[in-house]
Design a protein around this ligand. Sequence first.
Ligand SMILES: [Zn+2]
Ligand SMILES: [Zn+2]
Length: 381
Amino acid sequence: MKGGHKFIHECSEACSHKMESLQQISKPFRKTEISSFVSRYIELDHHADDFVLSAMHDLFSGIQYFVKYAKKNSTCTTLYCPITKSSHISFIGYCPHCSSLESHDVWLPNKNERNAIKKNKPQSDEIGTICSEISLELLMLILKEEIEMFNITDRVHDVDAIIKYNHMISLWEIKSSPMFLPSFEIDNLTESTKHIIGDANWSEGSMKMRVPGTKSTAEISFSHESSDLQLESFQLRCIKAMEKDNFQFAKDFVQQWIRNYSEFISGSHSNLKFLRAGGSAKTDDSKNQPGINRTDDLKKASYQLLKYTGHYKALCSKGNIYGGIITNLGPIASRDPYFKGIYDLKIVQGHENSYLCDAILSLDSPVAHLYNPDLRCIMDR
Ligand SMILES: [Zn+2]
Ligand SMILES: [Zn+2]
């Protein structure tokens, strides 16, 4: 075991042993160029500060969705748009150019068409990995520099990430999924006056990234590299493209993200809902809500928290083990009766008691769900 890769926890034998076994399946979390891009962006755009991390989570999730998909498939189901004369590779069922807030412009396909163009997402385990890693990286921007973060390498394990700070070890369940994703497009000079669903090969021609529902695009130099397309090099090219024009594309993305978010929390059913990655149903009746806003995830996460309490916290004679949820988008309380009265519960074992959930660390409201005040010390704000 390398130095700096340890979290020695001197405690009761059972607790030390448990932590040692966790250590064996963990590795230090490695940052990528995403966090430095986001730091540079934040310096420029203070205005969007509260939402910038959640928006950036979605922006980079979209980029990585595309690469995961492109690695496995040489063609992709696309939507040809007669206005842009390009084929759109999208994660929503609507034309990312023609669907806008102004209703007269919206192109609404029927249900069958919509199902046919919604197949570009990677598999759900890959989506889980993508969103978890991006969430951790962005979360580090709001945590103290001295914290140490670890990933669990064993995919079936019940802990997704570990944050260590002084004597505190916190165990985290990550529940991240995007709300609003960028789309990609390839020039296509088809002579059609209608929107057409068909296949496109992305190794030919240049490519653009688009903020859905707007005219904002960024040119990506993409040509003829799809066979050995690597995530990092593609991501770097996207970053370079986004840094042109004083980050204009990223600013447009964040702005549209915020508009979409406002509609999401208000429960409104305007046309913006068509641009959302997961539709627009209420918390209780959809499997596609962003962040920690779907019932399935709430139920799974609640059980994990119980397990952290029973299997980890209960063994710790020093009370130094904590547990919570990490997410890109926190619970939207007004729409979520599931949360009230549950997560600030205290569980009593013998004479000791502990919070069921010490915190929900969400990128949009990092200190809003700190149930256990002890954890405040890991935050950098
Ligand atoms: Zn269109
Ligand atoms: Zn302990």
